[in-house]
Design a binder for this molecule. Sequence first.
Ligand SMILES: [Fe+2]
Length: 416
Amino acid sequence: MSKYSIFLSLDNFVYVMKWDATENLQKWKIVDFRGKPIKIRQSMHQIGITEKYLVLIDTSFAIGIEQMINNFPFPLSLFTKPLRKLLRITPSPENMIYIVPRENLNGSAEVEAHQVEIHREISHFLVDYSHENSDSKITLNTAHICAWDIAQWLRKGDKLAQGNQKIPPELLGIQIGEMDISLMGRHVIDLSEEASVQSSINDNLDEGLTWGAGLYTYNSPNFPGHTPLNKLDKIYWTSLGLWEELTTKFMYDQYLNYEYRTVELNQVIELAEAGIPSCLYRLDAESVTFEDYYKFPPGYIGFSPQFVPRKGGTDSPTDGYIVCVAFTPDRSEIWIFDAAALQEGPVCKLWHEELNFGLTLHTAWLKNISDSGSSSDSGDVTHGLDTWIDNWRLSSFSRQDKETLKSEIDQVCNNP
Ligand SMILES: [Fe+2]
């Protein structure tokens, strides 16, 4: 068998693995009602866990070979666009949800998953750990990133949707903009007979808070990695806003015929020209309504929110602080809000001349921090990385850029 036929004969598979933090690693192949392995077309960005079920979603984070095509130098750059089109996996506006009963994760090698479909793209979601009335119900709290190809970034050759101008070079590599407003949702899945879904979507666009709904946080007395909350009450989200510099012709064309459109496409482009600010908002999970919000100033992005409980406070979902990253026109900052009064703006802003970072994503808060004791055993954590950077020939980095990068990595990792 040639290496090509081996490649082509690969079967679809998804395994759930369970590790008890010792030597025991168990795994089960997830199959559909016909006994066929389930197929993930985009990616599985998150896993949800409830008292009775595992929730797997083929999330709208469409990742494939195309993501390896990035800013080729000339003459390879001539092939960038055609290759990008040829290898593209465009996000599906539908979400396939796979639900695995935890009680079935036993001696069998294969486990059948229930399947339900939910409309409008999901990348991030939260599940309630239990349902007060029924063991057969699951509650999903979702951000629907409508017409937002979240796995894309600005690349050389991209043109702005408005005016067909080139993307400013300093923005290459930045998250691409959305082509519709995101919507917040809550979905109760009932597995008691035939799987069904009861959905609530907030389509009240009055305040325009949800352009590019991204990352979330909430108050939890449990540390990260422990049991989720039985029922989510208040969820804090940040949104990217709508930026003319991030709305590309490539995305405009991709979403010309988007079937769940809320804001007409040309209006999106007009709104982007005017600019819509990034937001931090608090959502009441059950009613899917906005309770409080803060709009960042024009030119600012609020990102990576993290709930930090008030010292000596309660488990109330608003008794604490929201710490988030604020990218300002001048620098990276960390802003702290009173979680109960977002509209009053940050109670504290922090920055330092040496605090300068790129895009941040998910966060965690730990009540205590201590040395893991492992660093002295692991040696140079950057082992091999310098060589890789030196040899990465398709990079748009200059020799000097590479030396600077290596020096910065060494400083952070080996001389903290
Ligand atoms: Fe994520």
